[in-house]
Design a protein around this ligand. Structure first.
Ligand code: SF4
Length: 489
């Protein structure tokens, strides 16, 4: 088998996402869990974009085609595959659409058996064997560095390199794993992503997360320095936390601004580095005056940073800070190994908002041990944060036990799955059995959203308006809240 593979020539590679016919818009390729938005919001698939860049820089023909963001039908997408006839297709399925991707793989293989198809991403890293059992997939890449592993795999298929770690394949009908990947690549050694090749504009103007029209995604780090939360896939994807240097990140933002006139970025990493890294990066943004040209949004873990850091971040151009708070119940925060205290939540949101930043807070309901009183307490905290102006917006989600997480294992052991139909793992309904029925759960989600239609909250937002972009942003946000509420009802 391996001798035969070594003769294969892989010249043209297609990195693609198949469109998914669904009444709402799936948001693929986020580093984190996957919400589905009712209004189109396409998150830039950053690791796949890096994969395309690495392959192109190595001399391969690369097409990057996101059928979801292109908003095309499955037939048109299949036509594209037929016309381009690549040697290898790379796909990154999510949990909720994995079954659909099995059909896609089988359908491509039925027509073009010679095309090599490779899966990567969070779901297949957790359950690699499933893909071989349910589809005619050729290779499955495991771990978060699937850009680097894909490059190695393509080089291997062209007999340029030995097969490295992190790859599952069939050898004589048995699934063989090349071993755990060591994610020790120094991130500053990676190139900057080729934005033209990966159609950055598709993810810019239609994106609810950007205030300004010319936004782009970047990734400052891989993994998480905490790496413990039981609902998070970080530890399944990354063994360690790696950060690009402040200068490397600063330079990329500068290039994006100069070359593409990009005036806002989102760091899609799991969590922003703090302490010295953050200080140094902020200083660079301020001294170069790039802070006057580019806004920065990021995910950040609630820690206890020194008092001045939020002010410094605001001066450096930071705008929205995404905090994952999950619950106001200390036993929940302890159970999910969040390692924060309830007071930290309030203090950090207060300090960040006072500094002029916009804390955007995610709350989670549907943990098996939480009661209705617990959920109501969390809603009360959300209300306080919104009405005092300590949070600019909130996003309530159901706890989803994704494969690869400790929460998944816990639910498996305790027989707590409502369903194992992957399609339903889309954050739009509870998946974990609790004492609260689904209708009530949906009502609680609605109650969270209703908080953002309260006059006190709206007044706060009106008072925070500074320019036309703010007005446009809040109109988009209110429209989304209205649509989501109607959808959940
Ligand atoms: S803080 Fe927790 S939820 Fe956030 S990325 Fe790290 S491990 Fe995941």
């Amino acid at each position: 088998m391996s001798k035969k593979i070594n003769k294969i020539k892989v010249k043209d590679i297609c990195i693609t996402y198949a469109p998914f016919d669904y009444p709402k818009e799936p948001v693929l390729s986020q580093n984190s869990n996957l919400p589905i938005f009712i209004t189109p919001t396409y998150s830039y698939p950053i690791i796949s974009s890096m994969a395309a860049t690495l392959l192109k820089n190595s001399g391969y023909g690369v097409s990057f085609f996101d059928g979801v963001a292109e908003n095309i039908s499955t037939i048109k997408w299949l036509d594209f595959i037929k016309e381009s006839k690549p040697d290898l297709i790379f796909l990154e399925p999510s949990t909720f659409n994995i079954t659909y991707y099995f059909d896609i793989v089988n359908s491509i293989k039925a027509r073009y058996s010679e095309i090599i198809i490779v899966f990567g991403g969070e779901h297949v890293s957790a359950l690699p064997n499933e893909s071989f059992e349910k589809s005619k997939i050729d290779y499955v890449i495991s771990g978060g560095d699937y850009d680097l592993i894909l490059l190695n795999l393509v080089n291997y298929l062209n007999a340029k390199e030995k097969l490295g770690k992190g790859v599952y394949r069939l050898v004589s009908n048995n699934i063989k794993f090349s071993g755990d990947y060591q994610d020790d690549m120094f991130l500053d050694n990676m190139p900057y992503i080729d934005r033209d090749l990966t159609n950055w504009k598709l993810y810019s103007s239609k994106n609810l997360a950007f205030k300004r029209a010319r936004g782009a995604y970047i990734s400052i780090s891989r993994g998480c320095f905490h790496n413990k939360c039981t609902f998070c896939r970080s530890s399944n994807m990354y063994q360690r936390y790696r950060i690009r240097s402040p200068h490397n990140v600063f330079k990329e933002i500068d290039i994006l601004n100069k070359r593409y006139n990009i005036n806002e970025v989102i760091d899609s990493s799991l969590t922003l580095p703090t302490d010295e890294w953050l200080n140094l990066f902020c200083q660079m943004m301020i001294e170069s005056k790039l802070n006057k040209k580019v806004l920065i949004n990021c995910n950040m873990r609630i820690e206890n940073p020194d008092d001045g850091i939020y002010k410094l971040m605001k001066n450096a151009g930071f705008r929205t800070i995404y905090f994952g708070i999950e619950s106001v119940k200390q036993n929940t925060l302890d159970n999910i190994k969040k390692d924060i205290a309830v007071n930290d939540i309030i203090i950090n949101c207060y300090k960040a908002s006072k500094a002029g930043l916009l804390p955007y807070v995610t709350f989670t309901i549907g943990y098996p041990w939480e009661t209705e009183d617990d959920i109501r307490d969390t809603i009360s905290l959300a209300k306080m944060l919104l009405q005092k102006g300590y949070a600019c917006a909130i996003q309530p989600v159901f706890a989803i036990p994704y494969p690869g997480t400790d929460l998944f294992q816990y639910c498996q052991k305790e027989d707590l799955f409502i369903t194992e139909e992957w399609f339903r793992y889309n954050m739009l309904e509870p998946i974990i059995k609790t004492s609260i029925d689904t209708a009530k759960m949906n009502k609680y989600i609605s109650d969270f959203y209703n908080l953002m239609l309260h006059p006190k909250y709206i007044l706060h937002r009106i008072l925070s308006i500074r320019d036309l972009d703010d007005i446009k942003y809040y109109i988009k946000l209110l429209k989304t809240i209205y649509c989501v509420r109607n959808f959940i009802k």
